[in-house]
Every structure is written in C-alpha cells, then in structure tokens.
Design a protein around this ligand. Structure first.
Ligand code: CAA
Length: 400
C-alpha cells in the first residue's frame, strides 16, 4: 500500500503491457531424425517387415500409391531394428499402444529440442530471452506434457509460460503460430518459441485389404520437427533481430460435411488413421472461398494470386495439385511445397516450417529482396481433420 492508502499499481497494471506492432518470425529451424526410408524401395521393405509379401496385389497397389506420392524419401525416428523387435507394431491390429507411446514420449521433445536450438541459433539471441513456448504435436498425449520436457532439454527457466497443443492435426503448426502471434502482440517484449514435432511410431502398422485409407497413410507420413521464434520487433536495428515474415492475419475454417475425410482414433492398437479418397476434392472445392476471404480487406497490393508467395502444407500430391488448379496458380508457385513433399513426405504439423525454411534458403541463394521469393505478400496454409483449413497471411520483410 502507498502512503495515501490506495493500492500501488504494479508495473503490469500501470503500463499497457501490449507489445504494439505486429508479430513476426525472427528465426526458423528444423530437424529430421537419422533413419531414412527410400520411397522407391519402401513397398518391398514394408511388406517384408509386416510379413505381408504374399499379398501380391495389395503390394502392387501400395507400390503404385507410393510412386504417385512423388515423395523420394522419408525420415523416421523409428529404426529398422525397433520395427523388427516389435511385431505388435508391424501387425495390422495388435495391442501396442504402450510400446509405441514409449518411443513418442522420448522422441517428440528430443526432436523438437533439436529444431528449437536451430531456430534460436538462427534468431541469434540467447535462449534465456525466450518468454513463452507453444508446442504442437499430432503424435502423442502424455503428461507431464512434451513442452515440460522440452524446456528442461533447452535449459529454459521452469517459469517459462507454456501452451501445449496435443493431437493438433496437420494444421497444428499454423495454430501454434496463431497462438504465438496473439501472445507476442499482447505482451511487451515477449519472445515466443513455437515448436512442432512428429514421430511415426504411433501410426505405423501393417497393411489390410479392407483398409486402403490406412495404406495411403503408410505411404505419405514422415517425421520431422520445426521451430520458430516469434516476437514484435518495432526497432530491429536496435535489437539486432531480423524479422523474416510478419504474421498479419490468421483464419481457421471447417469445411462442412467433411467429418470423415481424415479420421484419427487413439486405440489400444495405436493411432489408427483413415484417409478418405475424396479428401483432396474437399480441400480444392473449399479453397477458393477461404483464400479470397483471407486476402480480403487487409489492403495488400496483391491483384493476382501469382503476385503472392505460397507456403502450403505438403499434405499429399493430389491435395497440392487440387489447390494449385483451383487457385489457378502459375507453374512453380508451389515448388517449395512440392520439394518438401519430395524430401520428407507429409510431416504433419511440421511441413510448413520445412517450407518456410526452404523458401528462405532459395530466396537468399538467389539474392532476392525478401525471403518470400522476393515478394511482399504470401499465404501460409495447412489442412487437417475437420476438415479444417487454417491460414496465415504473411508479409515478407525486406532483407538487408
Ligand atoms: C487434409 C490434409 O491435407 C491433412 C493431412 O495432411 S492428412 C493426409 C492428406 N493426404 C492424403 O490423404 C493423400 C492424398 N492423396 C494423394 O495424394 C493421392 O491420391 C495419392 C498419392 C495417395 C495417390 O495418387 P493418385 O493420383 O490418386 O493415384 P491413383 O492411381 O488414382 O490411386 C491409386 C489407388 O489408391 C486408391 N486410393 C487413393 N487414395 C485413397 C484413399 N484415401 N482411400 C482409399 N483408396 C485410395 C485409389 O482408389 C487407387 O486405387 P486402384 O489402384 O484400385 O484404382
């Protein structure tokens, strides 16, 4: 109490704590596990390891699906040795949640921490300046949560404020960026570490002739972690930070009538995924309206979608083809997404970080004016169960 008897105002009450300005990505990092599975030889490997080589027609179908993905390799946290040691995992349906969960529990924070270190290194400031963590994964749901393990691995203070997004879906990376934007724009000097991390151990399983939707999942998903440091940076020259992409506007929509397009069930047999044949069609039918409203009323200079850069979730080749066609995008506008799909497959919530990093790398290599292929405005988009479409309108900052 002050001498007048009135309560003294704390710093937080007496000053507007709002950060002012717009949140931006100040550093990006990714990490992939060491085990690499070549897509070309994966059908032989997968049918052998699952004791299913006698299912000749199904194997041929799987080989065709693998080829059509356009993916060349996928990284996985799980090794050949582990798969061979755990037949309950390589069966189509066998009680195996515990053994799968053990790997996820260890792997998710560890891979996430590697990506986080890379993002912090790229940001160029000490880890101790991180004030908040937002962690998304589609791969597990254990407690104490993966973000607690992550802050310990990174040596961050135990008072770091955390948000954990479990089973967040393939759009979880975009959700995490949206949450980070809101935190950064509401808290002066906040520096928010966003992390996504995905590990296949919960979803890999043998083939079944009656469940081709599972077979598609076995052909597309891979593991990787992504991270970004987000903060409002009104005077970058004084802090020495380099904003890459401003996070201008976020949106999230559910496409009506698409509940069964991606179905994910946590069962004693692990996480069972069913992808519906019509998923790419649902996304492409909805995408025009979503993108139009995401650009509307912001005052961008974009008069044609080819004047923007595009960072699309690498969900599957047919999804990317459908979006490209419906939006009438010119050749090469989704080249970065296609490259991510080629090199890593669908790494769920992480694909957008791999895409942002790849686009920044290419833009730098080519001496372009911004990390967005030299352009100012761009659209980050991810999809997932719901079907949910989440977007983030980006403004690429000039490189100096
Ligand atoms: C919403 C999100 O995007 C969120 C996510 O990340 S979840 C994952 C999203 N990704 C997907 O669902 C994959 C999308 N699909 C694709 O990219 C492509 O369909 C694919 C690469 C899998 C196959 O390519 P394609 O050009 O469709 O090949 P195509 O020769 O027509 O089909 C191969 C076979 O697979 C079958 N098939 C393809 N997708 C199927 C599915 N989801 N369920 C059952 N069967 C399927 C086809 O019917 C076809 O069967 P036949 O051999 O008996 O004719």
């Amino acid at each position: 109490m002050g001498s007048s008897g009135a309560p003294e105002l704390t710093h937080e009450l007496s000053n507007n704590p709002r950060a002012g300005g717009r949140a931006a990505i100040l550093g990006i990092g990714t990490a992939v596990p060491v085990h690499v599975y070549e897509q070309k030889s994966f059908p032989d490997y997968y049918f052998e390891i699952t004791n299913s080589s006698h299912l000749v027609d199904l194997k041929a179908k799987f080989a065709n699906i693998c080829k059509k993905t356009t993916t060349e390799k996928r990284h996985m946290y799980i090794s050949d040795e582990w798969l061979r040691a755990n037949p309950s995992v390589t069966a189509y349906m066998s009680t195996s949640l515990n053994v799968r969960q053990q790997v996820a529990e260890e792997g998710i924070p560890r891979l996430g921490a590697e990506a986080a270190c890379n993002a912090i290194g790229n940001w160029g400031k000490p880890a101790s300046s991180i004030t908040h963590v937002v962690f998304a994964t589609t791969s597990t749901g254990c407690l104490p949560s993966a973000d607690v393990t992550l802050i310990k691995l990174l040596g961050l203070p135990l008072s770091t404020k955390r948000v954990m997004l479990y089973q967040s879906g393939c759009f979880g990376g975009t959700t995490a960026l949206r949450v980070a934007k809101d935190i950064a724009e509401s808290n002066r000097d906040a520096r928010v570490l966003v992390v996504t991390s995905e590990v296949m151990s919960l979803i890999i399983r043998g083939p079944s002739e009656s469940h081709v939707g599972n077979l598609v999942a076995q052909a597309v998903f891979g593991d990787a972690a992504g991270a970004a440091v987000v903060g409002c940076c009104r005077h970058p020259s004084s802090t020495g930070e380099r904003p890459v992409f401003q996070l201008v506007r976020a949106s999230q929509d559910v496409i009506p009538g698409t509940d069964d397009a991606v179905v994910v069930k946590v069962q004693q047999e692990g996480v069972v995924i069913t992808l519906h044949r019509d998923l790419p069609l649902h996304v492409s039918n909805a995408i025009g309206g979503v993108v139009e409203s995401a650009f509307r009323g912001v005052g961008t200079t974009v008069t044609s979608y080819d004047e923007a850069f595009w960072l699309l979730h690498a969900g599957g080749r047919a999804v990317v083809d459908g979006v490209e066609e419906r939006l009438g995008l010119g050749e090469g506008k989704l080249a970065v997404t296609r490259e991510v799909m080629r090199q890593y497959g669908n790494t769920r919530s992480t694909t957008i970080f791999l895409a942002m990093e790849e686009m920044r790398r290419r833009s730098e290599e080519r001496g372009m004016a911004t990390a967005g292929e030299g352009l100012e405005w761009g659209m980050l988009m991810a999809f997932g169960p719901g079907l949910t479409v989440e977007t983030m309108l980006l403004r690429a900052m000039p490189r100096n």
